[in-house]
Ligand binder design. Structure first.
Ligand SMILES: *[C@@H]1O[C@H](CO)[C@@H](O)[C@H](O)[C@H]1NC(C)=O
Ligand SMILES: *[C@@H]1O[C@H](CO)[C@@H](O)[C@H](O)[C@H]1NC(C)=O
Length: 356
């Protein structure tokens, strides 16, 4: 007879086979993170959109310029996404694969995948406008994933993985920046207070849905200062391309409602650790004081002019900046690897213990 703890150890050595990374995060005693599972938008899209019939893609140069062999993978950055950085820092693996990656094998499957799809959001209109995967689609794929886990490791281990995995839920920027402000269709129906209510209620429903399926440790990211994203400066920041105060205030209002709702869910859903993760303030701190982070350019991206190019508009016909490590933004919407790594280090240091 094996004791259950030696079985667990055996099981995890099996999971970790082939990746010899070392965890750089110190977890509390007895804590294990068997998997990382991500949902949301382009911040943690690991290539889900590559085979979708959408314009929101990043599987062509110069995306991936600093990735392994300069390969564009559908990640919306020059290199890694925050999801990759988190699995690497946990010592799980080097990259988090997309659930839809056709080359995924069973072993890769077990320690986590991302369901996130660039351009998606909590408002059901957002993924519809972008022709990408909604949260409903992502939930459906998560259910499929759970069935596949059961067929690989059985019911009991599946429940263990689901309950101990770290979940990342990252969305909201596209709802505000695209659906509400730039495209503006929701502006006809909602003011900012009622639109942010809709977003929070949809986020809250999604969290309860994954909780019902077994998720317990869930990090929910707030909105960044969307008015300072280079494309939004261009569209709404006037001739000087300042940060749009109106957009930033909408993001802050959303965050101020999301945070207490997350705390409420954390206290009412038993055995859960549901954590609101602030990225608004850390990102704004870099924008206001870049030199402190060894960054020089924060108001435009590295791709093309940096003022508007994102996704198919950021392509191999355009020049890129000579040193992307001096830029906070890679394209007009997404941070560089450098920007992400500053944020991820801060987020992990500040929040990891809240998951235990
Ligand atoms: C860790 O696990 C061991 C064995 O299961 C147990 O005796 C110990 O109390 C646990 N420590 C903590 C901090 O939970
Ligand atoms: C979540 O709830 C637990 C109790 O269930 C509490 O110990 C913890 O501090 C809460 N976490 C946050 C971030 O509020």
């Amino acid at each position: 007879m094996y004791s259950s703890s030696s079985l667990t150890i055996y099981f995890f050595s099996f999971l970790l086979l082939g990746y010899h990374g070392e965890a750089r995060i110190t977890l509390p005693p007895n804590a294990t993170v068997p998997a990382v599972i991500a949902f949301g938008d382009s911040i943690v899209d690991q290539g889900a959109n590559n085979n979708l019939n959408t314009l929101i893609k990043a599987n062509f140069p110069p995306y991936g310029k600093d990735f392994v062999a300069g390969k564009p993978t559908g990640r919306f950055s020059n290199n890694k996404t925050p999801a990759d950085m988190i699995v690497d820092e946990l010592g799980l693996k080097e990259f988090l694969p997309a659930y839809l990656d056709p080359s995924l094998d069973d072993k890769e499957f077990l320690n986590g995948v991302s369901f996130a799809s660039g351009g998606s959001g909590y408002d059901p209109q957002t993924p519809k406008l972008a022709a990408v995967l909604s949260f409903e689609d992502q939930l459906k794929q998560f259910k499929e994933y759970i069935e596949k886990l059961k067929s690989i490791v059985g019911e009991e281990k599946t429940q263990f993985i689901l309950a101990n995995a770290l979940y990342l839920v990252v969305a909201g920027s596209d709802d505000l920046a695209n659906t509400y402000f730039t495209i503006g269709i929701r502006r006809l129906q909602y003011d900012i207070p009622s639109y942010t209510d809709l977003m929070v209620s949809s986020a809250s429903n999604f969290i309860q849905d994954i909780y019902k399926l077994g998720a317990r440790r869930i990090g929910v990211f707030g909105a960044p200062p969307i008015g300072c994203l280079p494309s939004q400066r261009t569209l709404a920041g006037g001739g000087l391309r300042l940060c749009s105060e109106e957009y930033n205030q909408a993001a802050q209002l959303y965050n101020s409602k999301l945070q207490p709702q997350i705390e409420y869910l954390n206290s009412t859903l038993s055995q859960s650790r549901i954590v609101y993760i602030d990225i608004y303030n850390p990102l704004l701190a870099i924008i206001e004081n870049p030199l402190q982070y060894d960054i020089e350019v924060v108001d435009r991206g590295c791709c093309g002019t940096g003022n508007i190019e994102v996704s198919i508009l950021c392509n191999k016909l355009l020049p890129t900046c000579p040193d992307d490590s001096k830029y906070l933004f890679w394209d007009s919407y997404h941070p560089t690897n450098k920007g992400y790594s500053i944020l991820v280090d801060q987020v992990i240091a500040k929040y990891i213990n809240d998951f235990y």
